[in-house]
Structure formats: structure tokens, C-alpha cells
Design a protein around this ligand. Structure first.
Ligand SMILES: [Zn+2]
Ligand SMILES: [Zn+2]
Length: 738
């Protein structure tokens, strides 16, 4: 028809078009939602009630083309579901568009986490800035501080109570600045002497929070220096939707008040999702009751999960199971190490503070964990300075794993050994220092377990120490205690241990069965020196009598190189067969060497050069007769797997110790309880026991071997390396070591 209906007083787009084409804004509805007097047939009627009457009127006059139901989005009151009317109202604005360029300059000085929000979501928001509608027609809120003269129309913006008193008449000493009291304050117009009244509006609450940097110090009335010092703030952390909320309102006010950004760093928090990866909602059933998790798994576990799973600005899934994982893997491990220390320190009645042994006088493994800890402190501080919480927490996670699965694991016997001496004092002192400093390092991450460790390990023996771990200084990295070479050497040792365990698995021989020797395949001569710093660690961890060194894998294994057909088939088609033939004719040792050093190998096929990467080759190693071989890059181990009579007997003794220890646990004996032992088995098992009698008895704290089981003994049947055996244990009451 060429005609478009428009109602500039009832919708934003219509209003903007009216502005652009200079159309009149006709307001036919009063603030109650009733038609005004100009709408003669329905004047005073609520607009929604008039709808059917208008249709009827059009129909009567033959003007109705069609009447139908039309579905479209419409605003409703979120509380009572009443349909709302869009309504153009006069409003107060802050002309933020006048500060747009300066706000963008301020934003340039801010670090955003994640980085892309800076010029993306937030930068776009600033670029498309519109003036800030600051007034609200509500009752509750900060009253807008503008007074109008009833006579001459002058407007005054009041900036302080003093100014209010200066212009006001007969104001009480104490002025209540909120409604309704403030509305009774009448000022005298400085121009004409007429009466001035406050405008009825209150202020957008985002303006209040947007003034936090200033309002918190009651500036400009006091704390000038403090405000100067704290604008910009070091960091702000809120959910990502605050780009249009608090992040924005703070930046606006700091820009026009101070020409500074309001903050140096912004940490945006992303959504937490249900276990199914969807937004949590009760109706979907994927919501987690936070109190349930806090009550059962605890706040430390919840916190640790959030720190380690993803950076805060990446969406993450939250479920009880996920928190359980953090509880078990990290807090469980930490607690085990702590409980281990407490248990043995109590048995030995030791006060680690009395044994201040210089670190340089302690065994290598102590120096290693101390070096690792100081490296960790440096890393955590660096990460925290850069707001990389996840990286910091994951580093601590790895350290606790090192502490438990290497330091304590390899030092267990040092605590267990009954002889009080230098080595034992070093072990206690080292683990004590690490646990105490770790509690301080962890305090901001897991405040509760940190406090528990600190209170028990520090406060219980040092009344002068700070009252809480949270009042201690954060640990400083002591670079003089960091020994990179030692850390690297230990890394190599642990790599060989991993290979050695894998070789045992391959051969199907458990670690408790001692073996004669292992060959460590080195990449360089220098590595031999590294490994030889800790010969006992490898021998004990892998339960092997001798270590030998080698560099040539071909002396211990047959190497075969074939194409990885799954990858190369699609890439080279029929040429794969030629690649396979060429590889078969090549020296596999040379190919492996090239792969190790270059990461790839070049072949000539039909005069053309083909480059194959490590993953595109299928390298296999078959140990020579008697050897189990494992290879990782340039390193390998070859494990001699023959079990001679002597090794078999020792294996039996180890197996007996293991089973007796299990029974001690099952019977709930204390670690220092002495026991009576009963053993009935084959001749071979008794032979193994007799050969290693003092070892078995010593390890299990057995003080007596009895011929017949007593009635109150815990008795169990076992399989000892293929031999049936009956073992009995019983606590010896009132035992006193002589
Ligand atoms: Zn309502
Ligand atoms: Zn006036």
C-alpha cells in the first residue's frame, strides 16, 4: 500500500525513525496506560481493554480488512506476568559519547584475561557507545542530586552536604539524604531567590557501583592520598556479562573523574556448566547443590577443582564426580604425605626444629626435593603475578605428586629405620620444611588443609609463630637452594625407572621379585654421571642387583622398521609398498638414530625424496633372549629376566613381608606394634624365609616365630609365588624394646 504504521512514542526503532525524519511523537496514552482525552471514543479506557472495541468500530465503519491473532515477542512483567507497555519517557543522561575516545585509550592500558575481550566484546561496546541513561523513575535508590527552580528554571547539581546546607533553609544538623526526607529539602535559587525542588528521579544503581573506586574512601571529602593510590585498582574479577555492567560503569567514571583506567587487570569469569555440558538448571536436573558438595567433599576440593580444571575465563563443567577427582588425586595425596610425617614423627617423638642441618649437608634426595620446592615457589609466584592461577595450581599439583610418589616413596625406609642418626634427622627435617612451606604456598588455594597442616606442624611446637598460616608471609624462592642440574639428573633417573617398570610389566615379573641386572641405554656419556649420582634409587625402586650402561640398543634388541600403513596408506597409495621395501632394506639402527636426532627420516623412492615423521613409522623392538627391552626416544632399558635360585628365595621373602604387612593393616595394628608370627608352607617358602629371616622379621616387627598358631591369631591363606602358605599374626602386648 505504501503506508507503514509507526508509533514513535511506543518503541525504540519507531522513535529513532521519528528522530531521523522529523516526525511528531504523538502520545495518546497516559502514564496509567489509559487513552487520553484526544481519543474521544475510548478516552480514559485502559488500552488493552479498548482493543476489541477498536476492531468493532473499524468493522462497523467498513474499514476492517482482516482481524487475526498474530504471534510475536512481547514484554511481560517478570514478577506478575502483566503485559507491559513501551513508553517514551524523558530521562537524564550522562553524555558518555563525549568521552568515547578517552575511554578507549583507558581500555588500551588494561590487561584483560582472556586477552580477546579487550578489543572484542568490551572494545566493541566502547566503540558503539551510546549516552548513559542515568535516571530511574523508582522510589528506592540514590536520589538524583538535581534541584530545579520553580520560578526561573535554574538547575543546580548539589555536590555535598555543605553545599546543600548553604542553599537550603532551616535544614536540620543531621540531614537524611534518602527519600522521602530529601524530597522535603527546599533550596533557595541563587539566581532569583525562588524555591528549588529536587527532581523526582533516582540514579541507576550501576552508577553507584561504578563510583566504587571513589565512594569507598568517601573521596573527595577525605582520603585524597588513598584514592590517588588505589585508582586504578590492581585487578577486578567478575562474570563476563559485566562488560556492559560493572567493568563498563567503573571505566566511565574513572575516565571522566581522573582520566585513568579504574583497574589494571580484569579477570573475566565464564559460566559453570552441569555435568552434561549444559547451563545448570533445576528443570534439566543437571544443577549441583553447592552446599551438598561443600558439606561432603569440602571447600578445598571445590576450590582445587576450579583452579586446576581450566582458567577461570574458560567454561567448565561442574559435578560431584569432578570434585571427587580433585579430592582424591590432590588433597588425598597431600593428606597422605602429611599423615605419613605425623605418624612417624610421633612414633619417633621427634622435634624437627631441633635438627637444623644445613641443606648442603643433607643427602642428594633431600637436596633434590628442596630444589624442586624452591623452583616451584618461583614458578607459582611468576604465574600468580601474571594471574595464571591454573598454571600455578597445576605446578603445585605436580610437585605434590613428586613429593609423594618419589621423595616419600624413596625415603620411606629412612623414616622407618629404627636407627636415630644424621640421615633420619635429615629426612624428618626436610619433609617438615617442605610440608610447612607448602602449607604457606597453598594457603590462598586450599585455606583449610593448609591451616590444619600449619597448626599441627608449626603452632603446636612453636607458640611464637604467627597465629595462622594466613598471617604468614608468602614463601620466597631461595635461588641458592635451586640446583637445576640435580633436578635434570633426577628427571633422567625417573625416566629410566618408568622404562624399567614397563620392562618388568612386559616380562610379567612384579617389582617384588628381585632381578639380577638392568642395562640402561644412554644417549650420551654425560648421562652416565647423572645416573651414577643415584645408583641406589634405581636399584631399590626397580629391585635390581646391578646396573650396567650401554649406548647401542642393537646389542640387546632386534629393531624392525615398517611404515605406519594406517597413516601412510591414504597419503601415498600404492607407493607404501615401495616405502616398506626400502625400509626393510635399510639399517634400522641408522633409521632410529635419524628419527631420534632429526624427528624425521628421508628416503629415496623412484628417484624422489620422501620424508617420514616419527609417527609415520612403526618402530618395534624385540629384546634378545633373556632380555625385556623398553625404548623411549634415545633411551632404553634392557632387563635381564632370569630368576636364579637365590633370587627366587629372596622373592619369596619379599612376598612374605608384603603379605604380613597387609595382615598388620587388616588387624589394625599400630606401626610400632611388635608381633608374633606363624608360617606354614612348602619347603621352598620355608627355605626363603630361613635364608632372609632377619629381613622378614625386621621389616614386619616380628619378635617371635611360633610353631603352632594361637587361637587369637589372625590367620590367612596365601599364594606365595605359586606356593600355598598359611600365615598368622598376633600383637605382642606390652612389648618394650631393650
Ligand atoms: Zn508486575
Ligand atoms: Zn530561580
Amino acid at each position: 500500500t505504501g503506508i507503514v504504521h509507526t508509533a514513535p512514542a511506543f518503541g525504540q526503532e519507531d522513535y529513532e525513525m521519528a528522530q531521523r525524519y522529523d516526525l511528531p511523537v504523538v502520545q495518546l496514552v497516559d502514564p496509567q496506560g489509559n487513552f487520553t482525552q484526544e481519543v474521544t471514543p475510548w478516552a480514559g479506557m485502559f488500552v488493552k481493554e479498548a482493543d476489541p472495541l477498536i476492531i468493532e468500530d473499524l468493522e462497523n465503519r467498513g474499514l476492517l480488512f482482516r482481524s487475526e491473532t498474530y504471534k510475536h515477542d512481547y514484554p511481560f512483567c517478570w514478577r506478575c506476568d502483566t503485559p507491559l507497555l513501551y513508553y517514551a519517557r524523558s530521562s537524564w543522561f550522562i553524555r558518555t559519547t563525549a568521552f568515547k575516545d578517552r575511554m578507549m585509550e583507558m581500555n588500551d592500558q588494561v590487561n584483560w584475561y582472556p586477552e580477546h575481550i579487550k578489543q572484542g566484546r568490551f572494545g566493541d561496546w566502547l566503540k558503539n557507545n551510546v549516552d548513559w541513561a542515568i535516571s530511574r523513575e523508582r522510589y528506592w535508590g540514590t536520589p538524583l542530586n538535581i534541584w530545579n527552580c520553580q520560578e526561573c528554571g535554574k538547575q543546580v547539581c548539589i555536590g555535598s552536604i555543605a553545599e546543600l546546607k548553604e542553599l537550603g533553609e532551616d535544614l536540620p544538623e543531621e540531614i537524611e539524604l534518602h527519600r522521602p526526607y530529601i524530597d522535603r529539602v527546599i533550596l533557595r535559587c541563587p539566581e532569583c531567590g525562588g524555591q528549588m525542588r529536587r527532581v523526582p528521579e533516582v540514579v541507576d544503581c550501576w552508577f553507584d557501583s561504578g563510583c566504587a573506586h571513589t565512594a569507598q574512601w568517601h573521596y573527595p571529602f577525605e582520603n585524597k592520598e588513598r584514592t590517588e593510590r588505589t585508582v586504578p585498582a590492581d585487578f577486578i574479577s567478575e562474570a563476563i556479562d559485566q562488560t556492559r555492567g560493572w567493568f563498563y560503569s567503573l571505566l566511565v567514571t574513572s575516565t571522566f573523574l581522573y582520566n585513568r583506567p579504574a583497574y589494571r587487570n580484569v579477570l573475566c569469569l565464564e559460566l559453570v556448566l552441569g555435568a552434561d555440558g549444559q547451563k545448570m538448571s533445576k528443570s534439566r536436573g543437571n544443577a549441583v547443590d553447592p552446599w551438598e558438595v561443600l558439606d561432603v567433599q569440602g571447600a578445598d576440593a571445590v576450590r582445587w577443582y576450579f583452579y586446576t580444571v581450566t582458567p577461570p575465563w574458560v567454561r567448565r563443567i561442574f559435578s560431584k564426580e569432578a570434585v571427587n577427582e580433585a579430592l582424591r588425586k590432590f588433597l588425598g595425596t597431600l593428606h597422605n604425605v602429611y599423615a605419613f610425617f605425623v605418624l612417624y614423627a610421633n612414633v619417633d617423638k621427634i622435634n624437627p626444629l631441633l635438627h637444623d642441618i644445613p641443606v648442603s649437608d643433607r643427602p642428594l634426595i633431600d637436596r633434590w626435593i628442596i630444589s624442586k620446592f624452591n623452583s616451584l615457589v618461583a614458578k607459582v609466584r611468576e604465574d600468580m603475578d601474571d594471574f595464571q592461577i591454573t598454571s600455578a595450581a597445576r605446578s603445585i599439583d605436580r610437585f605434590v605428586d613428586d613429593l609423594s610418589n618419589w621423595y616419600v616413596r624413596r625415603s620411606r625406609d629412612r623414616f622407618w629405620g629404627s636407627e636415630m642418626g644424621h640421615d633420619k634427622f635429615c629426612a624428618y627435617r626436610t619433609l617438615y620444611e617442605v610440608l610447612v612451606d607448602l602449607s604457606k604456598l597453598l594457603a590462598p588455594f586450599t585455606p583449610f588443609i593448609s591451616e590444619e597442616i600449619y597448626q599441627n606442624l608449626v603452632r603446636s611446637i612453636d607458640a611464637d609463630a604467627p597465629e595462622s598460616v594466613h598471617l604468614c608471609d608468602y614463601p620466597e624462592s631461595r635461588s641458592e637452594l635451586i640446583d637445576r642440574e640435580l633436578e635434570e639428573d633426577m628427571e633422567l633417573v625417573r625416566e629410566f625407572v618408568v622404562l624399567g617398570r614397563a620392562a618388568r610389566n612386559r616380562a610379567g615379573i612384579k617389582v617384588r621379585q628381585p632381578l639380577r641386572r638392568i642395562v640402561l641405554g644412554l644417549a650420551s656419556d654425560r648421562e652416565r654421571g647423572s645416573v651414577e649420582r643415584f645408583p641406589d634409587l634405581i636399584r631399590e625402586e626397580l629391585n635390581i642387583k646391578e646396573i650396567e650402561f650401554a649406548t647401542d640398543l642393537a646389542d640387546y634388541a632386534r629393531i624392525t622398521v615398517r611404515p605406519n600403513f594406517r597413516l601412510l596408506g591414504p597419503k601415498y597409495g600404492a607407493t607404501v609398498q615401495k616405502i616398506a621395501r626400502t625400509l626393510a632394506q635399510s639399517d634400522p639402527v641408522l633409521i632410529k638414530r635419524e628419527i631420534d636426532s632429526q624427528g624425521e627420516v628421508k628416503l629415496r623412492i623412484d628417484g624422489e625424496e620422501i620424508t617420514l615423521e616419527r609417527g609415520e613409522l612403526d618402530l618395534r623392538f624385540e629384546g634378545n633372549e633373556g632380555y625385556a627391552v623398553e625404548v623411549e626416544g634415545e633411551h632404553f632399558v634392557a632387563l635381564w629376566t632370569e630368576i636364579d635360585e637365590e633370587l627366587a628365595l629372596e622373592g619369596i621373602a619379599r612376598e612374605l613381608v608384603n603379605k604380613i604387612q597387609q595382615m598388620r593393616k587388616e588387624a589394625d595394628f599400630n606401626v610400632a606394634d611388635r608381633i608374633e608370627l606363624y608360617l606354614s608352607s612348602t619347603e621352598q617358602v620355608h627355605k626363603g624365609f630361613d635364608r632372609h629371616r632377619s629381613y622378614v622379621m625386621g621389616e614386619t616387627l616380628a619378635v617371635k616365630l611360633v610353631e603352632e598358631p594361637s587361637e587369637d591369631m589372625l590367620l590367612k591363606s596365601w599364594n606365595i609365588n605359586g606356593h600355598p602358605a598359611k600365615i598368622g599374626v598376633k600383637r605382642v602386648e606390652g612389648y618394650r624394646p631393650n
